[in-house]
Design a protein around this ligand. Structure first.
Ligand code: SAH
Ligand code: TMP
Ligand code: ZN
Length: 416
């Protein structure tokens, strides 16, 4: 755990990357496991932890102050399927094609993916007969990947498992991870694994939600148990350097509300792109590692909670019906931090069979199949899956045509 008791009674947290002191800036209270959907019959005791985030005073890494054990989050029945969105399927197919064109050009290239989930990216590699291996500790999604012809190990990637792969398969030209590295508090072990596994001129490419977008959009719901780190170019370069690697490229991505794809290479192997210094310069000007700037973000987050709960209570009091759309992991933070229960939002519609018929963690909103979202529509739909807004609003255009209204809370509360 990052926290330790001090004689002052105030908990002090230490950076999981560099050991520096982590200064807290936002406390989102007691939270359940964000992807643990409950069966209505079983009123099981839920696991709760304290969700608070801070910034390392030495390396600038924004991070959670309490760790949730990984086995509680990434289990056999982990319910998130990466292929659930058309936009994301296209994104990962294009990613595979870019890697094939730019990096996997040698005679018998080898690519390893950390957190391959249902194989959404590696399917494209398998289709071309490219030597690949996915690490995916969550059993059911890993089985789905295998059913699509993907080679997968139901195992956590870390220093040990990486070195076993090096022995069995030889060096990797690319190690890729999407929305996974930020889930891993023991990131040092992963980086040591990458150092062992990568070919001399190989690259470690990973993409995760960007702290700059979270702050700019007030998207506090990116903060939940699985998201331990909130990366930026400044903090990632420092992290890479402490493992004999260099940040050689950064690319902004529009998915999941704004991400960055980072490319790491062994020190001295590749010339960093000018984009790296440009982005770090911009982060310094914006003060993205300053505690005071992050405190201002926290103040805006409190404002979003106030506006959202006021709106939902007003709608309830005037007799309007409100449902939600997208039982996202992010929404666990929104419902539990804002105190949104079934009295304010009747149910959540979602396309994932593994979530349907269950209750959302903590807040216990019933999850209904998204096919059931139809006439008679609720008056309002709170869009928890705001990162998929375009895709969802296009599919559900009849809702607005019949007078329904969407409620958004990123970057501010608005009804459209
Ligand atoms: N890459 C997919 C999945 C992201 S969800 C996408 O972008 O949509 C994160 C995934 O990482 C989960 O499927 C989880 O089981 C997996 N995971 C968590 N820790 C891991 C580790 N140490 N090694 C490999 N996979 C891990
Ligand atoms: P994510 O924001 O973490 O990707 O989660 C998206 C959730 O929203 C996931 O549970 C699937 C659901 N969803 C729908 O119900 N309909 C859709 O059209 C899309 C894209 C997602
Ligand atoms: Zn640090």
């Amino acid at each position: 755990m990052g926290r330790q008791s001090m004689s002052t009674d105030l908990p002090e947290a230490f950076c999981q990357v560099c050991g520096g002191s982590v200064k807290e800036f936002l406390d989102l209270g007691r939270q359940p496991l964000s992807d643990h959907f409950l069966s209505p019959e079983q009123h099981e005791d839920e696991y709760f932890y304290q969700l608070a985030v801070g910034v390392c005073q030495s390396c600038g890494m924004v991070q959670a102050v309490e760790q949730v054990p990984r086995e509680l989050m990434f289990r056999e029945d982990y319910p998130y399927y990466s292929s659930g969105s058309q936009v994301m399927r296209e994104h990962f197919t294009r990613t595979a094609e870019d890697l094939l064109e730019q990096e996997l050009t040698g005679p018998s290239p080898f690519v390893v993916e950390v957190g391959c989930n249902d194989g959404v990216m590696l399917r494209r590699m398998a289709r071309d007969g490219v030597h690949h291996l996915g690490f995916e500790p969550s059993g059911r999604v890993a089985t789905t990947a295998a059913s699509h012809g993907v080679q997968v190990r139901t195992e956590f990637f870390d220093e040990d498992s990486a070195s076993r792969v090096r022995t069995e398969h030889g060096p990797a030209n690319v190690i890729y991870a999407a929305n996974t590295l930020c889930h891993i508090p023991y990131v040092g072990s992963v980086l040591r694994g990458a150092e062992t596994l990568l070919a001399e001129n190989g690259v470690f490419v990973f993409e995760d939600p960007y702290v700059g977008d979270i702050v700019a959009k007030n998207s506090f719901d990116q903060i939940y148990d699985e998201h331990f780190y909130f990366f930026g170019a400044t903090s990632v370069r420092a992290m890479a350097r402490s493992h004999h690697m260099e940040l050689v490229d950064v690319k902004r991505l529009p998915v999941h509300g704004g991400e960055i794809r980072y490319t790491l290479a062994r020190q001295g192997e590749r010339e960093p792109s000018p984009a790296v210094d440009e982005l770090i310069g911009r982060e310094q000007r914006e003060g993205l590692t300053d505690h005071s700037v992050l405190r201002d973000f926290a103040d805006r987050v409190h404002g979003v909670r106030r506006d959202l709960t006021t709106l939902l209570r007003d709608l309830r009091d005037q007799g309007s019906t409100v449902a939600a759309y997208g039982a996202t992991a992010k929404s666990a933070t929104v419902t539990n931090y804002c105190g949104i229960g079934p009295d304010l939002v009747s149910s959540v519609y979602d396309s994932t069979p593994a979530k349907q018929g269950r209750l959302t963690p903590g807040a216990r909103l019933p999850v209904l199949p998204s096919e059931n979202f139809g006439p008679p529509y609720p008056d309002y739909a709170l869009l928890f899956a705001w990162n998929h807004a375009e895709e969802i609003m296009a599919r559900e255009k009849e809702f607005r045509a019949r007078g329904g209204r969407w409620i958004l809370y990123v970057p501010k509360v608005q009804v459209i």
